[in-house]
Design a protein around this ligand. Structure first.
Ligand code: PLP
Length: 395
C-alpha cells in the first residue's frame, strides 16, 4: 500500500486545478503587461484569480499580491516592514520561537545586517502563545508583530483574532503566516484584524512556486522584488500566470469543501491519535488538543526511538511521514518547535508527524495503526535509551 501522510510538506495539484492552468502554458501565453488584446486574456486570468483568493479571505481584490512562494511572502513582510520602519527609528520585531524558518531565518538576517531587535515569544507546552506576552513585549520601537496562524509541526492554532485586536488597539502592524492555516480553516482578515497574511498554493492542492500576500489597504511596506511594474508596482517580474490561475482555482475549491474536509479530517485524525495512544505505550501527543489543533495534524514522540529511524522503517512499508519539518530533514538538530514546547532533546528526536488530507482513506489509517506499533517496539528493543527508561519506570 502507498500511504501519503505528509500533506503539510506539500499536496498534489488537484486535477481540476491542473485543467484550469493548462491553457496558460501554451495557448494563452501572452505577457499580461503587453498592450495588444491577445495579452488581455492573461491579465484577465490573473485578476480572476486575485478575486478568488480575496473572496476566500474576505479581503478586497486590491489587497492580494501574488508572490513566488509562501517563503517570499514572509520575507517580503519582515524585510519590507522593518526596512521602512527603521527609517523612522523603529527596529523592533515581535515573533515566536515556533515560527517556520521562513520567518525565523529572515528575522536573524534583519538582526545581523540591519540592527533589528527581535523578541521571540515562548509558547506553553501545547504550543500556544500568550496574548498577554504579546502585550508585554510591545515597546515604542515595535514595528511589527508576526505570529503564525497555525503551526506546521504540531498543528496548534494560535489566538490570532485576539492578537489582531491587540495590535489594532496599539496601532502596530500585525502579520500572520497562514500557509498551513489557510488550507484548513476559515479566515476572515477583516473580522480578525489581520494586516498582512502569507499563503502558499502548494499546501492547498495548487501548484508549487506560487504564493500570495494579503496586504491590507493603508499598510505601506517596502517592495521586496524590484524591477518592472507588475502587481501594481509592488512585486516585479513577469507573472507566473498558470501558477496564479491554479492558486485561484485551488482556493475556490478549497473554500467550497472546507467544512466537509474539516469534519472528515478531524475524525480520522482523532482515530489515529486514539489508536496510537491505545496500542503504543509511552507515546506522547505533541501540540494542542481538539479544535485548537489543525484537523489534519498528528504529532507524537516515542521515548527511546529516533524519529529518523521510524521514517525509514515506515518508508519500507510504503508510508510517507515526517519528523516535523521538511526543512529539517537535512539536519539532525531536534525540532526548534518541540524544544520550545519544553520537550527534552531525546523526546524531540523521537518525534513523528503524520499529516492527512485528500489522499487519505480509512483503510490507510488502519494500515498505519497495524504497522506502527510493530516498528516502534522493534526499534525500542534495540535501543539502550529505551532500556534505561524502562528501568527507571520499573524502579
Ligand atoms: C510551507 C510553509 C512555508 C513556506 O511556503 P513555501 O511556499 O513552500 O515557500 C511557510 N510557512 C509555513 C508555516 C509553511 O508550512
Amino acid at each position: 500500500m502507498f500511504v501519503y501522510m505528509d500533506h503539510t510538506a506539500t499536496t498534489p495539484t488537484s486535477p481540476e486545478v491542473l485543467k484550469a492552468m493548462m491553457p496558460y502554458f501554451s495557448e494563452n501565453f501572452g505577457n499580461p503587461s503587453s498592450v495588444y488584446s491577445f495579452s488581455r486574456k492573461s491579465r484577465a486570468a490573473i485578476e480572476k484569480a486575485r478575486g478568488q483568493v480575496a473572496k476566500a479571505l474576505n479581503a478586497d481584490e486590491g489587497e492580494i499580491f501574488f508572490t513566488g512562494s509562501g517563503t517570499e511572502a514572509d520575507n517580503w513582510v519582515l524585510k519590507g516592514t522593518l526596512e521602512k520602519a527603521m527609517k523612522a527609528g523603529k527596529n523592533h520585531l515581535i515573533t515566536t520561537q515556533i515560527e517556520h524558518h521562513a520567518i525565523l531565518h529572515t528575522a536573524e538576517y534583519l538582526k545581523k545586517y540591519h540592527g533589528a531587535s527581535v523578541t521571540y515569544l515562548p509558547v506553553n507546552s501545547e504550543g500556544f502563545v500568550s496574548v498577554e506576552d504579546v502585550r508585554n513585549a510591545i515597546t515604542d520601537k515595535t514595528a511589527l508583530v508576526s505570529i503564525m496562524f497555525a503551526n506546521n509541526e504540531v498543528g496548534t492554532i494560535e489566538p490570532v483574532a485576539e492578537i489582531g485586536a491587540l495590535c489594532r488597539e496599539k496601532k502596530i502592524p500585525f502579520h500572520t503566516d497562514a500557509v498551513q492555516a489557510a488550507a484548513h480553516l476559515d479566515i476572515d482578515v477583516k473580522a480578525m484584524n489581520i494586516d498582512m497574511l502569507s499563503m502558499s498554493a502548494h499546501k492547498m492542492y495548487g501548484p508549487k512556486g506560487v504564493g500570495a500576500l494579503y496586504l491590507r489597504k493603508g499598510i505601506n511596506i517596502e517592495n521586496f522584488i524590484h524591477g518592472g511594474a507588475q502587481e501594481k508596482r509592488h512585486r516585479a517580474s513577469t507573472e507566473n500566470i498558470a501558477g496564479i490561475v491554479g492558486f485561484g482555482e485551488a482556493m475556490e475549491i478549497l473554500k467550497s469543501r472546507l467544512d466537509d474536509d474539516k469534519k472528515i479530517n478531524s475524525a480520522r485524525r482523532d482515530r489515529l491519535i486514539a489508536g496510537i495512544l491505545e496500542k503504543i505505550p509511552h507515546a506522547k501527543l505533541n501540540g494542542a488538543r481538539g479544535d485548537k489543533r489543525l484537523p489534519n495534524n498528528i504529532n507524537f514522540s516515542f521515548i527511546g526511538v529516533e524519529g529518523e529511524t521510524l521514517l525509514l522503517d515506515l518508508d519500507a512499508k510504503g508510508i510517507c511521514a515526517s519528523t516535523g519539518s521538511a526543512c529539517s530533514s537535512e539536519s539532525l538538530d531536534p525540532s526548534h518547535v518541540l524544544l520550545a514546547l519544553g520537550l527534552k532533546h531525546e523526546m524531540a528526536h523521537g518525534s513523528l508527524r503524520f499529516t492527512i488530507g485528500r489522499l487519505t482513506t480509512d483503510e490507510q489509517i488502519d494500515y498505519v495503526l497495524e504497522v506502527l506499533p510493530e516498528i516502534v517496539s522493534r526499534r525500542r528493543a534495540m535501543s539502550p535509551l529505551w532500556e534505561d527508561f524502562i528501568k527507571t519506570v520499573r524502579s
